[in-house]
Design a protein around this ligand. Structure first.
Ligand SMILES: Nc1nc2c(ncn2[C@@H]2O[C@H](COP(=O)(O)OP(=O)(O)OP(=O)(O)O)[C@@H](O)[C@H]2O)c(=O)[nH]1
Length: 438
């Protein structure tokens, strides 16, 4: 596991807890180890001290072989709080006197002892033994003095101590130490968790918010109440930055939507008259023709070509021609029903798609328009201009195969009006099929 890949919160926890745990464990271990050694050493020292004192004191009793002499000494020893058994052996290994119940006593081992020492320890007890040495005296011309040479032991003493109370005390000290170490670790863990939460959580939320922003969620905000002032500033800064980016994005999106709508409108409308253009006209006509073939939906396509429009352009200029085109567009628009469509399909050419009408209806509407254009008095810089309109129409009733056929029919009718003198309305009449020569 690579610690660098851990989340920040876990890394903070690890950084604080690992050294603290190691330190507490090392301190507790050292304390327990040294404490135990010192306690055991003190007990051994005491046991050795007791047998060291006991051996010379028992010398006379051992040499005399009289247990009665040793009795008082043994009684005094067992009154010591931790001394539970004492025993005295003579040179041959025979037990001379004893007191208390010795559990670890092995006479053979006692007799092998050459100096005060610990023999055995088990079940909360420790056994100590020491040789009883007798220093023989010689009487010479100087007086009474110790004989030369190393004498052998004349007997042995044995003392057994009960250390269970000390052991229990030591166990309790050990448990207290371990408990303290545990409490210290828990406290450290609590502080580390708080620290990790105070720093790690806000940072994790910020990271998450940045990711959501990158994924397109620009309304994202983070809570701004982190414990540390620097983090709080970071949170507030992020929120204000996110708000700015969000509103800039919304503004930009609104402009894009507006531009897109404008482009879409421009693509389908004539800039001069604001009427639907040729493209929109073709779409509308396709729908109308499809509807007429699908259902019994009748309509009419009218082509309007202005008469003598060029004269206005030539006499009063292009601006006048433009103004006149706008006037005529308004005129046609005002005369149409809501369900009808009027488009500018060329220079001075307009087209109307009339829905749900018969041939008579279409004629009436077109004728009314023709009359209105004829009546129009267009004024430009104090001069009056008059124009006319030639209108040809074709009925859309599902009998024609295609849009092209309908277009051709209306155009044909309009051309016929132009040819026959302008200024009126004519319906397209299909030519009768050529009769077969009889
Ligand atoms: N002002 C203006 N003139 C245009 C525009 N588009 C085309 N024209 C002009 O409109 C005229 C149309 O020509 P015609 O239809 O032959 O002119 P007309 O006098 O109506 O002829 P008839 O239809 O035979 O009566 C041309 O002179 C074009 O230059 C435009 O957007 N603005």
């Amino acid at each position: 596991m690579n610690p660098a890949r851990l989340p920040l919160r876990h890394r903070l926890l690890l950084t604080v807890l690992l050294p603290v745990t190691l330190l507490v464990a090392a301190m507790a271990g050292l304390f327990l180890h040294r404490g135990e050694r010192m306690t055991q050493d003190a007990i051994v020292e005491r046991g050795v001290a007791i047998v060291s004192f006991f051996a010379p004191a028992a010398e006379y009793g051992v040499i005399s072989g009289n247990p009665g002499i040793l009795d008082g000494l043994l009684q005094a020893l067992v009154t010591q709080p931790d001394v539970v058994a004492v025993a005295v052996y003579e040179r041959g290994g025979e037990l001379i006197a004893s007191h208390g119940e010795a559990r670890l006593l092995e006479p053979a081992r006692v007799k092998s002892v050459r100096q005060p020492s610990r023999l055995e320890q088990r079940d909360g007890r420790k056994g100590f033994a020491a040789p009883v040495m007798s220093v023989p005296l010689v009487v010479d011309e100087i007086g009474v003095q110790e004989a030369a040479g190393v004498p052998g032991p004349v007997g042995w003493v044995y003392v057994e101590l009960d250390t269970s109370e000390l052991d229990a005390e030591w166990r309790s000290t050990m448990l207290t130490t371990l408990g303290l170490a545990l409490v210290t670790l828990l406290f450290a863990a609590l502080l580390a968790t708080r620290l990790a939460n105070q720093v790690g959580r806000p940072v994790a939320r910020l990271v998450d918010a940045v990711r959501r922003m990158a994924a397109g969620d620009l309304d994202v905000q983070v809570p701004d109440h982190a414990g540390s002032e620097e983090l709080r500033e970071l949170q507030l800064g992020f929120n204000s930055m996110a708000r700015s980016i969000g509103s800039a994005h919304k503004l930009m999106q609104a402009k894009i939507d507006e531009a897109t709508a404008r482009l879409a409108h421009q693509a389908l409308h004539d800039p001069l008259t604001a009427l639907p253009n040729r493209r929109a006209f073709e779409q509308a006509l396709e729908e109308m023709v499809a509807a007429s073939r699908r259902a019994d939906d009748r309509g009419a396509l009218c082509f309007i070509d202005l008469d003598h429009f060029k004269a206005v352009n030539d006499t009063a200029g292009h601006a006048a021609g433009d103004a006149l085109l706008r006037t005529v567009a308004d005129l046609i628009r005002q005369r149409l029903r809501a369900e009808d469509i009027v488009c500018r399909i060329g220079g001075d050419e307009f087209a109307m798609i009339l829905r749900g009408c018969t041939s008579a209806d279409a004629y009436r509407i077109a004728d009314g328009l023709c009359e209105a254009v004829r009546e129009l008095r267009f004024m430009w810089e104090g001069r009056e201009f008059r124009i006319g309109a030639s209108i040809g129409f074709a009925i859309i009733d599902g009998t024609m195969e295609s849009v092209a056929e309908v277009l051709h029919a209306a155009d044909h009718a309009c051309y016929a009006v132009k040819r026959e003198g302008r200024g009126r309305v004519m319906e397209y009449v299909p030519e009768p099929p050529a009769s077969s020569a009889g």
